[in-house]
Ligand binder design. Structure first.
Ligand SMILES: *Cc1c(COP(=O)(O)O)cnc(C)c1O
Length: 392
């Protein structure tokens, strides 16, 4: 393997440093600390004079392997792994921003991210303005002298709106701010935001990177200066939202099949989305891979395929939407996504249930909306399972 090997090769070989036992599969280093040869070596490690492992809150070989592999896949100089996707977002903000700084964020973000920005960071003097992410002019208009970071998710959850990464990166840089992209839905297999001008990429590794619904994990990626000297690594080392070596190993093995899984998730999602579009009980389908998606052209310019997330609105509001959910026998009724198993959610009463009806209306989350994370089962079986409730 070389650094310019193809994605599929890097996904399997990057980050491997064999131990003295020459194992073939990556080892799991379940240890909280590392032993030094002497007091002098301990001092050199702690001061940073000598590279090497010290304590697993901030240095662990299995976590390092996962960081190197994910960095290779995103085309990033550096990666810092964290305990969850939320702690990756927290580390990014706490590492780089201070009281008095301002952020601009797309308003269709993951619910906990909105909560973090509004109810927690606000208390520490970091203010966020939320704007419609698909509109580049709205990003530009919201920038202030104190703006330090622009934050987006694309495609958005659950309506799959696309934000233009390259255009918003230019707006950020003109303002002297960083653009951070939560790349959870596409993964680097489909979209590499750093190559489009973003400064930071954030992952919930809990989703497609693991891909099998087993562990929590997260990561921040970007250039070495920003991550290591800029404060994000310092925050992790001091505050401690560290990824466990075991979880890092699970994610490391998940990455090996990422490209092939994302292609299959996308192909299955496209087939299901096309079928839903022709179904008489369905009012509207939201999927970036469909020609009918209002930003289809931008989507295919920015990401390789439409991805695995499909939302659709049924005729008949909440009652009908719940009937579709309750008639399923195969799909899992759960809010998780990025799993081999397909999952189905009613956003208006779950993920978006705590915001007011007016806020939901403004965000376009209607009562008949269903969010489907298309898994790796046969698309035929997924269609049969949805069709039962749709026909009622
Ligand atoms: C799940 C999710 C997160 C949070 O990740 P956790 O690993 O659950 O903490 C952040 N962003 C997006 C887009 C997500 O789907």
């Amino acid at each position: 393997m070389t650094n310019d090997s193809d994605f599929e090769t890097l996904a399997i070989h990057a980050g491997i440093h064999r131990s003295q036992f020459n194992e073939h599969a990556e080892p799991i280093y379940l240890t909280s600390s590392f032993v030094f040869d002497s007091a002098a070596q301990a001092a050199a490690r702690f001061s940073g004079e000598e590279p090497g492992n010290i304590y697993s809150r901030f240095t662990n070989p299995t976590v390092t392997a996962m960081q190197e592999r994910l960095a290779a896949l995103e085309g990033a100089e550096a990666c810092i792994a964290t305990a969850s996707g939320m702690s990756a977002i927290l580390a990014c903000v706490m590492g780089l921003l201070s009281s008095g700084d301002h952020m601009v964020a797309s308003r269709s973000l993951f619910g906990s991210t909105v909560n973090l920005f509004t109810n927690i960071l606000n208390r520490f003097g970091i203010e966020t303005t939320f704007i419609p992410g698909a509109d580049p002019d709205a990003w530009r208009a919201a920038v202030r002298p104190a703006t330090r970071m622009l934050f987006m998710e694309t495609p958005s959850n659950p309506l799959t709106e696309i934000s233009d990464i390259a255009a918003v990166a230019d707006i950020a840089h003109e303002a002297g701010a960083w653009l951070a992209v939560d790349n959870c839905f596409c993964t680097p297999a489909l979209q590499q935001p750093l190559k489009l001008g973003a400064d930071l990429v954030i992952h919930s590794a809990t989703k497609y990177l693991d891909g099998q619904g087993r562990v929590l994990g997260g990561a921040v990626l970007g250039n070495r200066r920003l991550l290591m000297d800029g404060g994000i690594f310092g925050f992790l080392r001091t505050a401690g939202p560290a990824l466990s070596a075991f979880n890092a190993w699970v994610i490391l093995k998940g990455l090996e099949t990422l490209a092939i899984r994302m292609q299959a998730h996308s192909a299955h999602a496209l087939e299901v989305a096309r079928w839903l579009e022709t179904h008489p009980a369905v009012a509207r389908v939201y999927y970036p891979g469909l020609v009918s998606h209002p930003q289809h052209e931008l989507a295919i310019r920015q990401q390789d395929t439409g991805g695995g997330m499909v939302s659709f609105e049924v005729q008949g509001g909440k009652e009908k939407a719940w009937r579709v959910i309750d008639a399923t026998r195969l799909l899992s009724i759960t809010a998780n996504l990025g799993d081999t198993k397909s999952t189905l959610t009613h956003p208006a009463t779950t993920t978006h249930g705590r915001i007011s009806q007016e806020e939901r209306d403004a965000a376009g989350i209607r009562d008949g909306l269903l969010r489907l994370a298309v898994g790796l089962e046969s698309p035929l079986d997924i269609k049969l399972d949805l069709g039962r409730g749709l026909a009622l």
